[in-house]
Structures are given as structure tokens and as C-alpha cells.
Design a protein around this ligand. Structure first.
Ligand code: COA
Length: 322
């Protein structure tokens, strides 16, 4: 049986960087509160960029890093909850932009856990021998769904894309994945979609903006993190002490601190880039992998654990040998 091995990583970020100081001019907030309560200092926000353009740029970088021609990609999975269109999918648009003519294409919707879900889907196709090369992308333009007058959300969320190329290998790669969902209480993180404006059933218009019960999300996230890490390790022969670096979903630095202390792991073993990237939902983990690669922190042979959690509610972990 082959393993899904990461052979390339890439990222794309919008050009505009918005600092906490700039946020102070938009809503009643301040740099100190944002830093202390979330760990965020700057975030990238789209102006002209789209989910497709960010996803395509991240994918191009990952393919270049892997040295893999686009025509050799068998499948493109895009984790996103902010596609440019309901149809065609972002994955199909990326397939066209890359010229990945031999790839099937599918969007995966699992909010901030989307990238880990997509990695797990890709892993199954590679393990069964059905596919050789899969491009997994996390891409979001979350700031398009934000109410810019809601200071509890607009200071947190940001935009960007990250991508990895997985290939079938005899070496160890994705060791195991754990996925979970809990539809109740899904409403604590919600972005409504279409209003029913058909001829027969006109419903009251609902704005398509994100709402969040921050404290409940916080409690859920800190609890589920450790549970998912322990679950993904089950039956692998590895323990928490074998993980070189944890690559958590970058939601809030206090969630990361809590998760580390609950796992009794030094927080230095957690990679954090939230300060400069904000919460880009499904894109946080692949952007983190690309940032780590750039910083020389993603070393061959190391064991990493990527853990995501968020809307749905959903969560998931991927234990990966680099
Ligand atoms: N700037 C300044 N003050 C703010 C603020 C902001 N951006 N947002 C909220 N506040 C204020 C509140 O109005 C409140 O003031 P009050 O005490 O005078 O009423 C105070 O700060 C505390 O607000 P509260 O909402 O109770 O804070 P909190 O401790 O829950 O922290 C979050 C808020 C959002 C930082 C926190 O709940 C959190 O991080 N939750 C998880 C969110 C998350 O990660 N979501 C994504 C998951 S994928």
C-alpha cells in the first residue's frame, strides 16, 4: 500500500495588509485588546483577489516546489466555505487556470476544518491506489462574509490560500487522520446562504454575514483539540512525545495556549503565525505549512500533527511524516 506524501507546499496572500491600528479606524476596538485576546497583529484582506486567484497562485507555487507538471495532477480538492461561485466549483476553476486537464475537481466544505478533511479524502484515494498525485488547497475570502461593524468578528478573520501536493510513495507520509462533526450546536458559527425569493415562498431577507458566539466556540475548540490529537495517534504506535511540531488551525493564540497546556506540551512545539495572518479558516494550516517551509522549519523526517476545528461544528487532525 502506498502512502500520501507531501512533496510540495505553496501559499498566496492578498496584497493588502491591515494592521490592528487600521482596524481601530473602522470599529470601536484597539490594538491592545486584539493582541491580548486573539494574538493577531496584522491580517491580509482581499481587494481585487478572489478565492480562485488565491487558490491558483498557491497551487502553482506548490506544484513548482514539487517539480510536478499540472497535467500529472489526478485530482484537485479545494477546502473553502467562501467560493467565488456556487457553480462552477472553485476546484474546477483552479483546474482550468492551471491547465490540470487530467484532474477531477471537488470543493470540500467543512469550514475551518476543511483542509484536514480534504487531506483525509486525498489520503483515501492514494492509499487505495486509485490516484497518484493530488493537489489539496485551502482557500478563503472570509472577509467578504464579515459584518465590518461587528467588532467581535471583523478583527479576527482574514483571507489567503495554501496548497500542498500529495504523491503516492513507499515512504511514510500521512500516517493517520481523525475527522469529526457535531451538527448541534452548529449555529454558534454561522454564515447564511440564499434567501428563498422564488415566486411562491418569499422569505424574510437574511444578510449573508457571519455570526459567532465567541465564548461557546472558545470552549468547544479548547476541548476538542486534545481529543482529536489523542484520537489520531490511536493505533499508530506514536505518542504525543513523538510529534515534533503541532500545526494548529490559527484561530486564537489563547486557544493554542490552552490546547498546549491541556496536552501538557510546551507551547514552543506549536507553530504560530496567527500574529501576521489572522484566521483564514480552511487556509490557515496550508499557509502555516508554506510559512514553515520558507522559515526552514519544515524538515524532512519530522512528524507533525495538523489539527483543525470550527463551523459545523467540525474538527479533524492529520498526523503526517514530512
Ligand atoms: N475590541 C475591543 N473590545 C471588544 C472587542 C473588540 N474587537 N470585541 C469584544 N470586545 C469587548 C466586548 O464588548 C466585551 O466588553 P464588555 O465587557 O464591556 O461587555 C469584552 O470585550 C469581552 O467580550 P467577550 O465577547 O465576552 O470576550 P471573550 O472573552 O469571549 O473574547 C473572543 C472574545 C472573540 C476573543 C473569544 O470569545 C474568542 O476568541 N472566541 C473564539 C473565536 C474563534 O476562534 N472563532 C473561530 C473559530 S474557527
Amino acid at each position: 500500500m502506498k502512502n500520501a506524501k507531501i512533496i510540495g507546499v505553496g501559499k498566496a496572500l492578498p496584497e493588502l495588509v491591515v494592521s490592528n491600528k487600521m482596524m481601530e479606524e473602522i470599529v470601536d476596538t484597539n490594538d491592545k485588546w486584539i493582541r491580548e485576546m486573539t494574538g493577531i497583529e496584522n491580517r491580509h484582506v482581499v481587494t481585487t483577489e478572489t478565492t480562485t486567484s488565491l487558490a491558483t497562485d498557491a497551487a502553482r507555487e506548490a506544484l513548482l516546489d514539487a517539480g510536478l507538471p499540472a497535467e500529472e495532477v489526478d485530482m484537485i480538492l479545494v477546502a473553502t466555505m467562501t467560493p467565488d461561485d456556487f457553480m462552477p466549483s472553485t476546484a474546477c476553476k483552479v483546474q482550468h487556470a492551471l491547465g490540470a486537464v487530467n484532474a477531477s475537481a471537488l470543493d470540500v466544505s467543512a469550514a475551518c476544518s476543511g483542509f484536514v478533511y480534504a487531506m483525509s479524502v486525498a489520503d483515501q484515494f492514494i492509499k487505495t491506489g486509485k490516484m497518484q498525485n493530488i493537489l489539496v488547497i485551502g482557500a478563503e475570502v472570509i472577509t467578504k462574509t464579515i459584518d465590518w461593524e461587528d467588532r467581535t468578528t471583523c478583527v479576527i478573520f482574514a483571507d489567503g490560500a495554501g496548497a500542498v501536493v500529495l504523491t503516492a510513495s513507499d515512504e511514510e507520509g500521512i500516517v493517520a487522520t481523525d475527522l469529526g462533526a457535531k451538527g448541534e450546536p452548529g449555529d454558534i458559527l454561522r454564515t447564511p446562504a440564499l434567501n428563498n425569493n422564488n415566486h411562491f415562498a418569499q422569505t424574510e431577507a437574511e444578510r449573508s454575514v457571519m455570526t459567532m458566539d465567541g465564548q461557546t466556540v472558545f470552549r468547544f475548540s479548547t476541548k476538542i483539540f486534545g481529543q482529536s490529537v489523542r484520537k489520531v495517534l490511536e493505533g499508530t504506535g506514536y505518542g504525543i512525545e513523538d510529534i515534533d511540531i503541532f500545526v494548529p488551525h490559527q484561530a486564537n493564540v489563547r486557544i493554542i495556549d490552552y490546547a498546549a497546556s491541556r496536552l501538557k506540551v510546551d507551547v514552543d512545539r506549536f507553530y504560530v503565525n496567527l500574529n501576521k495572518r489572522g484566521n483564514t479558516s480552511a487556509a490557515t494550516i496550508p499557509i502555516a505549512l508554506a510559512d514553515m517551509n520558507e522559515e526552514g522549519l519544515l524538515k524532512k523526517g519530522m512528524l507533525i500533527c495538523c489539527t483543525g476545528f470550527g463551523g459545523g461544528l467540525t474538527w479533524g487532525s492529520a498526523l503526517i511524516r514530512i
